[in-house]
Design a protein around this ligand. Structure first.
Ligand code: HEM
Ligand SMILES: CC(C)=CCC/C(C)=C/CC/C(C)=C/COP(=O)(O)OP(=O)(O)O
Length: 313
């Protein structure tokens, strides 16, 4: 979004071209609900790992609601800022803004309302540290990544990935009101997972990104270089996934499960680099989502079911 007059100028043609009436499904789509659900799982695990017992519902409910609403708001701002490039890519052209079912003004109001509500919930019922850290993540994704990094550098998703990686820390601070090294380690897992997650899709959709002139790595440095980077990040992720066990935060259930997932993911990265079929990149992208979900469920199961680990420090 460059300024208010652009928003006004945009509203008219989009509203006039509207092909269908806006409904609640359009608003839901703006929030990237599947992404937010996975973000909330990582936040929930951050909350649970921060305490030896169950998380009190008086914190659990407002923390998940606040983080979810602010993430949804960030996603809606991403739709607003990216509406022109979304209109140029096959994957995104049917979204509510490029398809004309919602106007930019409505999207801005929606993002402001749910974002403000999310912040108020965190500030009133959780704590100010979590409220401000979540706000920083919103700014990181909706403004720094979407408005600047995405259009400026092929390292966009590496740096921007920090915002999407923050929820385990947000969950942890919601419960303890302090930043703990264990929470940072959970952030590091999601942070290192993001490049193979996204670049696998970018390899599959490289022509789309080139058409929209977005400097994603496969566009600027080619498919082969991107596949090498995916392989290297996948190895790094495998190493980082060992840390929860090595520092005594998680036990053998986690170690065995996460090692299987890491080897599996590495198998995809290896195939993508050395023996790809047309669909390997897309299958790896899909697998990355299941892998992160399974990894965080493992952390949770290990925490509550496994034998108590010996904690450092
Ligand atoms: C800068 C960081 C990230 C980038 C650039 C990125 C990029 C993408 C893209 C382009 C898609 C396809 C969306 C679509 O087809 O509509 C996607 C899907 C997805 N991403 Fe990411 N992602 C990032 C971080 C994350 C994080 C942190 C999570 C969760 C912890 C996540 C979870 C998902 C999920 C669940 C989907 C599937 C959505 C669906 O099927 O509706 N992503 N991601
Ligand atoms: C408060 C908080 C935790 C904020 C983070 C919220 C959030 C929704 C992070 C997910 C990152 C993501 C889906 C990036 C893709 O954007 P893209 O523009 O590259 O993808 P697109 O082309 O599919 O829109």
């Amino acid at each position: 979004m460059s300024n208010t007059s652009e928003l006004k100028a945009d509203s008219a043609p989009l509203a006039a071209d509207a092909k269908k009436q806006a409904g609640w499904r359009d608003y839901l789509e703006l929030t990237k609900p599947n992404v937010v659900l996975l973000l909330l799982l990582t936040a929930l695990v951050g909350m649970c790992l921060a305490t030896e017992t169950w998380v009190a519902w008086q914190i659990l409910i407002p923390a998940l609601a606040g983080i979810g609403l602010m993430s949804g708001s960030a996603a809606a701002i991403n739709h607003l800022v990216d509406r022109h490039i979304d209109a140029r890519m096959a994957r995104t052209l049917r979204r509510p803004l490029p398809s004309g079912s919602l106007s930019p003004k409505r999207v801005l109001s929606f993002a402001a309302i749910i974002g403000g509500l999310g912040f108020a919930i965190l500030a009133l019922w959780v704590n100010m540290l979590t409220a401000w850290l979540t706000f920083a993540s919103l700014v990181g994704y909706a403004f720094i990544y979407t408005m600047y990094l995405k259009r400026a550098t092929p390292q966009n998703i590496v740096i921007g990935g920090l915002a999407g990686a923050a929820p385990p820390l947000l969950g942890w601070t919601a419960v303890t009101n302090e930043i703990h090294p264990f929470a940072i380690m959970l952030v590091m897992i999601v942070f290192t997972w993001t490049p193979p997650h996204f670049w696998a899709l970018a390899v599959h959709r490289a022509k789309d990104y080139a058409k929209a002139e977005i400097p994603m790595l496969p566009v600027t440095h080619g498919i082969e270089f991107t596949k090498t980077c995916i392989l290297l990040y996948t190895i790094l992720l495998g190493i980082i996934c060992l840390l929860p066990y090595l520092i005594g935060m998680s036990g053998v259930i986690y170690l065995i499960g996460s090692s299987i997932l890491s080897i599996w993911f590495l198998g995809y990265a290896w195939k993508l680099k050395f023996a790809p079929s047309k669909l390997t990149a897309f299958k790896m992208f899909k697998f990355s989502i299941w892998q992160l979900m399974a990894l965080f469920i493992l952390l949770l199961v290990d925490h509550y079911v496994g034998p108590a680990p010996v904690l450092m420090g």
